[in-house]
Design a protein. Structure first.
Length: 602
């Protein structure tokens, strides 16, 4: 079987910089964490920082080298693995003394786990021989956390060679995949987020690193981030037909998360989790029926039963009660705690100015914006240096950013080669078009506002680490963008790693907010707000759009009905009365919206 973490939570990928070195910080304590591997300039800067920090000679990998992106990413991943292994073995070889990292490793474990119980028995034992035996058992069972990598499938720009023709298998996502596959990472996972990319998934067939070594055992596992069961089934089948097994489906809330948001048609987290709980075995069998024939056809050894599939979840989790509900009732294998860890420097990397903004953030400061050049909603913290820079450029009559990294170039509205909608070039051309379009004033202002809200995320989401570590990254570009989930407003103090794990496992409470809604209620409120925003932004909706909104309302009402049934089962540990009242308010709002839409359809 695959070696698993002794913890039952993980730290998801956050932006580009915020979790770029999280594995180096937390894997030695058995905690899994994920990094983005698209921004090779950032990884090269981090490789320089950590190489020199460890007293070793650094040799740069320049952009003129063949396959430089692959080499940069692979080199950084290899360095991370080396550093994690070194630190883990150092901790493992140390002694159980008060305040030591070895004590910290075990003290942070969940109290319900067998390893923690053995540790507690070790602490209470006075017999020398028995104590030595328990110490040996504890050290034998220690495991480092996994280094997970994330590829956002939509970020897959073609890279051009001679005569401006795309270089085969050299797009951004494909080179990142190749770099990961050929790295030294072991007992690791690659996470694909933001939907299916057939080109990327097809390319995976070229790499044997994703093949099963034995039943349930992979050196490099495949994880798909999904919003619902249907998405898991479609993507899982696609890969199974190629002889690639998906070892984990990572469910993320469509709106109650950090970064880009991918709203469902009003399908809520509770009902989605329930469908996975009820159909997990069916999902395994469906995928196995396609997977086994595919590997036989490729001349590989078949298996008598499906490999295990983990179901994990993330997005808006804030209390140990919520975490327990997800584990005990929905039977998830791990929970993702992202946004709260932005206030934990022992786990993430945030520059001091941005850290203070996070600490002081209020509900009005965290918005769902149009900032992303991808044209997808983006959870966004106001008041950052990137926002100040963007507004200053607009005020000076020169909106848009210099486009140095070009990972998000996708628009060909005005140019043959794709350009980024946050770039100066695109914004100048688009503003001119809008001025000449004779649109109604309200529509013109809306489109102009959306256009000018675009920010350079390639740089903004990368700068925190170079600023924190004083590592050269991009000349004259110091602006920082950060994208926490709405949950950030419930946390207001910098915490240690020990304090954060204690909060997750219910041994302490880091929250300062009273009256915080349950994560399911908060997501429901966000979905209602999203629908109302979509309706308000649409000047003249057609019948198809109105029907879609009606379906959205019906799904929300079904979700509310599901939550009422959940309340009857008394599986919520607290705030049941507040939960019920919130459902009543939400139901009334959705019914009123649906009635209004129904009149428009007629």
């Amino acid at each position: 079987m695959q070696i698993s973490s002794p913890h039952n939570f993980h730290i998801p990928v956050m932006g580009l910089a915020y979790s770029i070195d999280s594995p180096i910080k937390v894997a030695c304590y058995g905690i899994n964490s994920a990094i983005s591997i698209i921004e090779d300039n950032l990884m090269e800067a981090m490789r320089k920082h950590y190489t020199q920090k460890n007293g070793e000679a650094y040799t740069s990998i320049g952009i003129k080298e063949e396959d430089y992106r692959v080499k940069r990413i692979t080199s950084y991943l290899n360095l991370m693995q080396k550093l994690v292994n070194t630190e883990f073995e150092k901790i493992k070889a140390s002694t159980f003394t008060l305040g030591s990292d070895l004590m910290k490793y075990f003290e942070m474990l969940p109290d319900t786990g067998e390893l923690k119980k053995t540790f507690q028995k070790f602490l209470l034992t006075e017999n020398p021989s028995e104590k030595e035996n328990l110490e040996n058992i504890l050290k034998e069972k220690m495991r480092p956390g996994a280094i997970e990598v994330n590829i956002m499938t939509k970020v897959d720009k073609d890279n051009l060679g001679k005569e401006d023709l795309p270089i085969p298998n050299a797009s951004d996502a494909l080179t990142a995949l190749k770099a990961y596959a050929t790295s030294d990472l072991n007992n690791s996972s690659i996470i694909f987020s933001a939907g299916m990319n057939p080109r990327l998934f097809n390319y995976m067939e070229d790499f044997r690193e994703f093949d099963a070594i034995a039943w349930g055992h992979f050196h490099k596992k495949v994880v798909i981030k999904v919003s619902d069961y249907r998405s898991a089934l479609i993507q899982g089948k696609y890969l199974a037909k190629k002889g690639i097994w998906v070892s984990e489906f990572r469910i993320e809330s469509g709106l109650n998360c950090g970064g880009h948001v991918f709203a469902t048609q009003g399908l809520l987290m509770g009902p989605i989790l329930n469908e996975f709980r009820e159909k997990k075995e069916e999902l395994q069998e469906n995928l196995f029926s396609l997977y086994n024939p595919a590997i036989i056809e490729k001349g590989k050894q078949d298996f008598s039963k499906p490999h295990p599939i983990k179901i994990t979840v993330q997005g808006g989790i804030g209390t140990s009660d919520e975490d327990n509900l997800l584990h005990s009732y929905y039977k998830v294998d791990s929970t993702g705690w992202g946004t709260p860890f932005l206030l934990c420097p022992e786990a993430t990397t945030v520059d001091e100015e941005t850290l203070q903004l996070l600490i002081n953030s209020k509900e009005k400061d965290v918005i769902r914006s149009q900032s992303s050049p991808l044209g997808v909603g983006f959870n966004y913290l106001k008041g950052t240096s990137a926002e100040t820079e963007r507004l200053n450029r607009i005020e000076k009559g020169a909106p848009g950013s210099p486009c140095t990294e070009k990972f998000l170039v996708s628009n060909t509205e005005f140019t043959k080669k794709p350009i980024c909608t946050a770039s100066r070039k695109y914004q100048k051309l688009k503003l001119k078009q809008l001025e000449e379009s004779n649109l109604p004033d309200a529509e013109y202002q809306q489109q102009k506002e959306d256009l000018l809200s675009k920010e350079c995320l390639c740089v903004g989401l990368s700068n925190a680490a170079p600023l924190k570590y004083e590592v050269p990254f991009l000349k004259k570009q110091k602006a920082v963008t950060i994208c926490p989930g709405p949950n950030i407003i419930n946390f207001s103090k910098v915490s240690t790693l020990r304090e954060m794990t204690d909060h997750i496992y219910g041994r302490s409470n880091l929250m300062h907010q009273t009256g915080r809604p349950h994560m399911f209620v908060k997501e429901l409120e966000l979905y209602i707000d999203f629908l109302e925003q979509q309706i308000a932004r649409t000047q003249n909706p057609d019948k198809r759009m109105l029907k879609n909104w009606e379906t959205y309302c019906n799904n929300l009402l079904e979700g509310i009905g599901y939550y009422r049934e959940l309340l009857k089962k008394e599986v919520l540990d607290s705030n049941q009365e507040a939960f019920e009242k919130s459902l009543e308010v939400a139901e009334l709002t959705v019914c009123n919206t649906k009635t209004t839409l129904f009149k428009k359809v007629i």
